[in-house]
Design a protein around this ligand. Sequence first.
Ligand code: PMP
Length: 302
Amino acid sequence: MRPKYLWLDGKIVPWKKGTIHLATPGVQYGLGGFEGIRFYRTDKGPAIFRLPEHLARFSYPHWSIGTKTAYSEEELICAIKRLIRKTGMEEGYIRPVSLLAEETLGIERIGKLVKTAIILWHWEKGLRSEAVSAKISKVRRIHPASLDVCAKVNGHYVNSRLAILDVQNSGSYDKAILLDHKGYVAEAAAENIFMVKNGILITPSCGAILPGITRDTIMILARDYLGRDVVREKKITPDELLNGDEVFLCGTAAEILPVGSIDGIVIGDGKPGKTTRRLQALYSDVARGKIKLYARWLTYVR
Ligand code: PMP
């Protein structure tokens, strides 16, 4: 269900007013940046999870497309809170998006005019108790020398979409895993990836991946709860991944998603593993304000 309102360049407007002209570089070439943020129901009303980190990333892609975000972090925080209050939503997904908006078809001389919107979406899925199936896609993750992989630029998601189509066309797989340009495991289409081997959590190092905020949260939680030396960031080959005791994906939307099989090969016993379940429960409690130690990660709306 769609909320009744969205925020567009300073104003809360009815949902159907959230439009941009077709002849703009945002639409024509995917030139824009976006974010995906969650807010959760807590005892003290809705709270946004790791908002400053998401907004820092939101302003980052604007450099990579040659312009700056039109709003400061404070203005965006205010706008997001105001919109959540106006819709009355208690939990959901927040999608800020900034698109280059000058009406022109030429790619050589694109101005700096930006249209910024904040869109909310109802999203109440809870912890995932079943494992998903994944396939390693033929489509490689974008080369870091071609595009800035750390930026959430709209056009980059052609890469994700192609990987998803590739695995969906080769069977009934839930998720696509992309290798980087050198053939090491990179990430999923919109999630980072972890494997667990002999109690150690291993995740691809940065370079060809989007350094996810959920990935960062998981590394902190794992070090705090499972042991200081429990996390390794390193290159992972596809074979290593298939030999993991557990594999899971993670991202703002998916949270922590257990993977039961990859390319038809069962991971562990095919069910969500012990470490994955422990991290899922911790993540859920932290996001809902149940663990005081991480209260700094929550921005309350009221
Ligand atoms: N990789 C890609 C390509 C993504 O789009 C996302 C979703 N933002 C992630 C990883 C996970 O990032 P985060 O945990 O910050 O949502």
